[in-house]
Design a protein around this ligand. Structure first.
Ligand code: CMX
Length: 441
């Protein structure tokens, strides 16, 4: 694979950079930690390095240094589509280089050749009651693939041989496992969708189509080229959001114990399934529909909407899709999806309402100065787009998010092995110890 060559070429330079930092500047202090941060979710404590992506509060996410509009513009596309091949995005995340068409295509072809899902994975999903949350099914399906981990078997094997598996080569097996897992995600996610909401159909992967279009086709949208484009857009923009969010940090931590890609990604997906993380995106469309319902199915005018929003805030309610822990501007991932919506489905009433809320809500949220970011985040529009194209099962939206996020998680995990990162083990203190520190201060 070209991806392996591109990484191998860069290896000596990367290892040299990290070694230099560790040996020459190992004792350099990066930041302090306050008691408030320890009790307050470790917010703002700079304890990680992520070269895959960085979230700037005023600019939003950069994937390998490229902003969302740049990524959408520069990555190779299939003829007839305005949106990138996810294979190209993966090449960028993994190798730190923009791919040409052949390189993006090679990743797509690799996925096609690795897409066959073992029968027992479907059986595992079928054992669960149909009302099981799709994220639970997604996580167990990933776990069901774990016995096929090349890293796990190679690692176990070398324990009993004289040759051994050089530490510097671990990453190659992690990359193999990542490619094998990602190749199967459209089949797994679509089967979960079909099992829960459609006809239990298992649809095989078409090598003619890219990863995103395969997923769309597998849930019955073979003819809907616009939905296929939406999938490409969605999967690209949700792929990574730095290393500190719950799913990225969890999977990275688990992989630091040399747990393989399957174990690590399933753990990350369990974090993504939490209502304060990935699950938030199903709340936004629910809220949009509730607002319309409150106005008899119509989209309220500006004044009516302003009154309604003020009443909700006065009642202490959160407005889903607004605010962010890091961002201090409109999330660029909202902006590109809103542009897609305005271009193709501007007469959809939910999109119309989302546009009106975007006009009136930020100044209202900003009024009392409490909300640090009064602008929309990516979740404010995700669900409405899926809903328009007929994916109306809200609880499935986090699986779509998960499919995309595994692209980023595996890039972090593989690079952890490339750079020889050790097992993570932060130190904990007791409350009494902090009280003693406080006494002395
Ligand atoms: N509506 C009403 N009040 C809000 C608000 C919103 N959308 N966003 C923040 N606030 C309130 C908070 O509840 C908090 O009030 P209290 O001090 O009374 O508890 C205050 O404003 C300050 O919050 P903040 O520091 O601006 O925001 P946080 O970093 O604590 O939380 C987030 C960020 C996203 C959890 C929060 O804005 C929120 O709950 N938004 C709505 C849910 C949502 O859209 N979640 C998706 C997040 C997407 C992502 O993480 O990628």
């Amino acid at each position: 694979m070209k991806m392996i060559e591109a990484i191998t070429e860069q290896l000596p330079a990367w290892r040299e950079r990290v070694n230099r930092l560790r040996t020459q500047f190992g004792s350099l202090k990066v930041c302090d930690v306050t008691v408030e941060q320890i009790y307050g979710g470790i917010r703002g404590v700079q304890i990680q390095v992520s070269d895959i992506s960085y979230v700037d509060p005023y600019e939003g996410i950069r994937l390998r240094g490229y902003t969302i509009p740049e990524v959408l513009e520069y990555l190779p596309k299939k003829p007839g589509s305005d949106f990138p091949l996810v294979g190209g995005l993966y090449y960028l995340l993994m190798t730190d280089r923009l791919p040409n068409e052949a390189e993006a295509d090679e990743v797509e072809q690799e996925w096609a050749s690795r897409s066959q899902i073992p029968e027992h994975v479907y059986q595992v999903i079928r054992q669960f009651p149909r009302d099981t949350h799709p994220m639970t099914l997604f996580s167990v399906a990933i776990m069901a693939l774990q016995p096929s981990s090349q890293f796990a078997s190679k690692y176990a094997e070398q324990m009993f041989t004289s040759e051994g598996l050089p530490k510097g080569d671990y990453w190659k097996y992690y990359l193999e496992d990542s490619m094998n897992l990602i190749a199967k995600l459209p089949g797994i996610a679509s089967f979960i969708y079909n099992y829960k909401y459609r006809n239990e159909e298992i649809v095989s992967y078409s090598p003619e189509l890219d990863w995103s279009a395969n997923f769309a086709r597998m849930i019955g949208k073979a003819e809907d080229l616009r939905y296929q484009d939406l999938c490409r857009l969605f999967f690209v923009i949700h792929s990574d959001h730095e290393g500190g969010n719950v799913s990225a940090h969890t999977s990275y931590l688990v992989s630091s114990a040399l747990s393989d890609v399957y174990l690590s990604c399933a753990a990350g997906m369990n974090g993504l399934a939490g209502p304060l993380h990935g699950l938030a995106n199903q709340e936004c469309i629910r809220w949009v529909l509730q607002v319309r319902e409150a106005f008899g199915g119509h989209v309220p005018g500006k004044e009516e909407l302003t009154d309604h929003l003020r009443r909700q805030l006065q009642a202490g309610k959160l407005i889903p899709g607004y605010g962010h822990a890091v961002l201090r501007v409109t999330d660029p991932r909202f902006t590109v999806q809103y542009e897609f919506a305005k271009k193709y489905i501007s007469n959809d009433p939910n999109i119309e309402l989302i546009g009106r809320v975007f006009e009136v809500l930020p100044p209202i949220l900003a009024e009392n100065g409490k909300v640090k970011n009064p602008y929309p985040n990516v979740d404010a529009i995700n669900g409405a787009l899926q809903y328009h194209y007929g994916v109306k099962e809200f609880d499935f939206y986090t699986v779509l998010f998960g499919m995309s996020r595994i692209l980023g998680l595996t890039a972090h995990i593989v690079w952890g092995r490339i750079l020889g990162k050790p097992i993570e083990r932060p130190k904990s203190l007791t409350t009494a110890m902090l009280e003693q520190l406080a006494e002395k201060s």
